[in-house]
Ligand binder design. Structure first.
Ligand SMILES: Cc1cc2nc3c(=O)[nH]c(=O)nc-3n(C[C@H](O)[C@H](O)[C@H](O)COP(=O)(O)O)c2cc1C
Length: 171
């Protein structure tokens, strides 16, 4: 069960040479986390293992991003994207995430994720975009949220004239 945490505006930046690593089962239950995950999230290892990965979900994140994440993984592909996470103390940290099905895909062994610090230029683009997507999700209601929000993402990509793949490759 998730305890209610009040989000704060206090950001904890991930060091440029640090990686956050976690593994989950097929349902997104955490089975492994590294030390950087523990210190960035503010939870202990015991608090993280066996919990749903949404334990660090930030309320500023649009649902459409997680829909895309799970859709991509279920196709056996790897997902790249920008995620704002919430710490146990309510603070936040941005990550540039790569999530992959553990190999071999057909064995359905679960998922593996590595994250590093995104470039500030990308956060400057993604942060207002996600805010717009979230506002739309709240405006249209649960049934139409994903479609309406995904459309905003697609429009942004069209405006930038790039694919999601290019947008989410934070070289
Ligand atoms: C390997 C793996 C890593 C994940 N990492 C994160 C993460 O860092 N932050 C996050 O909010 N969700 C992450 N997710 C997605 C969550 O499982 C969940 O779908 C998301 O937090 C949305 O929560 P909700 O479906 O309860 O709304 C990850 C999923 C997997 C499989």
């Amino acid at each position: 069960m998730k305890t209610l945490i009040t989000p704060t505006n206090i950001e904890k930046k991930l060091n440029s040479n640090d990686f956050i690593v976690s593994k989950t089962d097929n349902k997104g239950i955490i089975t492994y986390c590294n030390q950087i995950f523990i210190s960035m999230s503010g939870y202990s290892e015991q608090e993280l293992i066996g919990k749903q990965h949404n334990i660090i979900r930030h309320p500023d994140m649009p649902r459409a991003v997680f829909f895309l994440l799970w859709q991509t993984l279920q196709l056996g592909k790897e997902f790249f994207g920008y995620v704002k996470n919430m710490r146990k103390d309510g603070g936040f940290y941005w990550v540039y995430a790569n999530i992959t099905p553990r190999l071999p895909v057909k064995k359905k062994l679960g998922y593996y994720s590595v994250r590093r610090a995104p470039r500030q230029e990308m956060i400057d683009v993604v942060s207002p975009l996600y805010a717009q997507m979230l506002a739309k999700e709240q405006q249209v209601g649960a049934k139409d949220a994903i479609n309406a929000s995904t459309l905003i993402l697609e429009n942004k990509l069209a405006e930038l004239d790039i694919s999601y793949e290019e947008f989410s490759r934070d070289y």
